[in-house]
Design a protein around this ligand. Structure first.
Ligand SMILES: *[C@@H]1O[C@H](CO)[C@@H](O)[C@H](O)[C@H]1NC(C)=O
Ligand SMILES: *[C@@H]1O[C@H](CO)[C@@H](O)[C@H](O)[C@H]1NC(C)=O
Length: 385
C-alpha cells in the first residue's frame, strides 16, 4: 500500500520528462486501501461521525462501532486527501439535538439496539486545518426481535409510536414532570421511541421531545396557547406501569444546550460544557464547518430507517444469502470512473479556487485485508454483514 505512491510518482517523473500532455495523468492516482485498525484512521472516522451527527436534525446520535472500510484518495497540488469511509454504527441514547459528542453518549443495551452502516466522503486538509464531511448516507435497522426473544423472552419489545398506550405514557409522564416543575410548563413535541414489557403487569417505556409551553402552571390544563415557532428543548424518558389496577408513572428529562443565544431559560440538566469539536491533542487542528452552507456546498446526506430484517425476509428466501443487501447505503456523487472535480473553496479562507477529485464510491471487494477493524460491540446481532 505504502509503495503505491512512490511508484506513481516515478511514473509521473518519467512521463513529464518525456514532455507529454500536462495535467490529466494526475487524476489517475488511485485511492489507497488503508487499515481499519490504524489509530490515525480511527481518529478520523470519529471526527467524520461527529460531523455527520452535527449535520442531523432528528434521530439519535450515532456512535462508531467499527470501521468497515476506508480508502484514502490523495489529491494533487497538496490539497490533502478525500477519505471514503464505510462505518458500522450504533444508535446512542442521546438525541442529535443535544449536540453531545458521540463519545459522551451511552450505547443502548442489546435488546434496544439500533444499528447500521454509514458511508461518508470525508475531506481532510491538515495544512488548511480542514476536516469536513462532504457527503454521507446511513441506513439503520433495529436489532432482530426474534433473536433477542430467543435469549431474553421477557425483554421489552418495540411498540408503534402511534399506539394509544404510548401516547398515554408520554402524556401522563409529562403531566407528572409539569406538576413537579417549579414554573415552566412543557408540552409534547414528538415521541421518538417506545417499547413495552410484561412483568406482573404491563410496563410502557417512551422517549419524547418536549417544547416549552407558553402557558403558566395555573392555566396548565385549560391552556390552548401555542408558541408560533416552537423548537424541541429536551428529551424525556417516561414509564407507565399498570399493576393490579394501579398506575405508576416515572419521568426524567434532559435539556439541550441552547443552540443560539437563547432567552435565559432554566437548564436543569447542565451538560458538561459545549459540544464543540475536538478535544484532541492536536488542538491546533481547527475544524472549519460552515453552518450556513455556501452556494458551492453539496447536499450532505440523510439517515434512512428500515424495519427489522426478520420482517423483510420473505418465507421463500430462507437461506441467509438473500440477494438483497441488508444495509443498502448509496453514496454516489459521480458515476464517472475518472472522477469529477468538486469545488471545495468554501472550506478555505483564501480567495483562490480549490477543487478535489471525487471518484465513484470504491467497491467493498477491494478493501484492505485489515478491514473491517475490531468492533466495540462485537455481538453479530449488531454488526452489519
Ligand atoms: C443518499 O441516499 C438517498 C436515498 O436514501 C439518495 O436519494 C441520495 O442520492 C443519496 N446521496 C448520494 C450523494 O448518493
Ligand atoms: C488493532 O490494533 C491494536 C493495537 O493498535 C492491536 O492490539 C489489536 O490486536 C488490533 N486488532 C486487530 C483485529 O487487528
Amino acid at each position: 500500500m505504502g509503495l503505491l505512491l512512490p511508484v506513481v510518482l516515478c511514473a509521473l517523473a518519467a512521463c513529464c520528462g518525456a514532455r507529454s500532455p500536462p495535467l490529466p495523468p494526475l487524476r489517475f492516482w488511485p485511492p489507497i486501501a488503508r487499515s481499519c485498525n490504524d489509530s490515525g484512521i480511527l481518529e478520523l472516522a470519529g471526527f467524520a461521525l461527529q460531523d455527520i451527527n452535527r449535520d442531523r436534525k432528528d434521530g439519535y446520535v450515532l456512535s462508531l462501532n467499527r470501521v468497515s472500510d476506508v480508502r484514502e484518495h490523495r489529491q494533487v497540488n497538496s490539497l490533502g486527501s478525500l477519505f471514503y469511509f464505510t462505518l458500522d454504527v450504533l444508535e446512542t441514547d442521546c438525541h442529535v439535538l443535544s449536540r453531545k459528542a458521540w463519545k459522551d453518549c451511552g450505547v443502548r443495551t442489546l435488546h434496544e439496539s439500533v444499528y447500521g452502516q454509514c458511508k461518508a466522503l470525508f475531506y481532510v486538509n491538515r495544512p488548511g486545518r480542514v476536516l469536513y464531511v462532504l457527503a454521507y448516507n446511513c441506513t439503520l435497522r433495529p436489532v432482530s426481535r426474534r433473536s433477542i426473544h430467543m435469549t431474553c423472552p421477557d425483554c421489552p419489545s418495540p411498540f408503534k409510536l402511534s399506539n394509544p398506550k404510548v401516547l398515554e405514557t408520554a402524556a401522563e409522564s409529562l403531566a407528572k414532570y409539569n406538576k413537579e416543575s417549579a414554573s415552566k410548563q412543557y408540552s409534547l413535541f414528538q415521541v421518538t421511541r417506545a417499547s413495552g414489557q410484561w412483568v406482573f403487569g404491563f410496563a410502557f417505556f417512551v422517549e419524547y421531545l418536549i417544547k416549552e409551553s407558553p402557558c403558566t402552571k395555573q392555566e396548565a390544563s385549560s391552556c390552548a396557547l401555542q408558541p408560533p415557532d416552537s423548537v424541541p428543548v429536551g428529551l424525556c424518558k417516561g414509564t407507565l406501569t399498570e399493576r393490579e389496577l394501579q398506575k405508576f408513572v416515572s419521568v426524567t428529562c434532559d435539556f439541550f444546550e441552547p443552540q443560539v443565544p437563547a432567552p435565559g431559560g432554566e437548564n436543569p440538566a447542565a451538560n458538561q460544557g459545549p459540544a464543540d469539536l475536538p478535544t484532541v491533542e492536536e488542538s491546533q487542528q481547527k475544524i472549519i464547518a460552515p453552518t450556513n452552507s455556501p452556494s458551492k456546498a453539496v447536499p450532505k446526506g440523510s439517515v434512512q430507517y428500515l424495519p427489522d430484517l426478520d420482517d423483510e425476509k420473505k418465507p421463500e428466501d430462507t437461506q441467509e444469502n438473500s440477494p438483497v443487501e441488508a444495509f443498502p447505503v448509496q453514496l454516489e456523487l459521480t458515476t464517472d470512473p475518472l472522477g469529477e472535480s468538486l469545488d471545495v473553496s468554501f472550506l478555505f479562507l483564501g480567495p483562490e479556487e480549490k477543487k478535489v477529485v471525487v471518484l465513484p464510491f470504491p467497491k467493498k471487494e477491494q478493501r484492505s485485508a485489515e478491514c473491517p477493524g475490531p468492533a466495540q460491540q462485537a455481538n453479530p446481532l449488531v454488526l452489519p454483514p
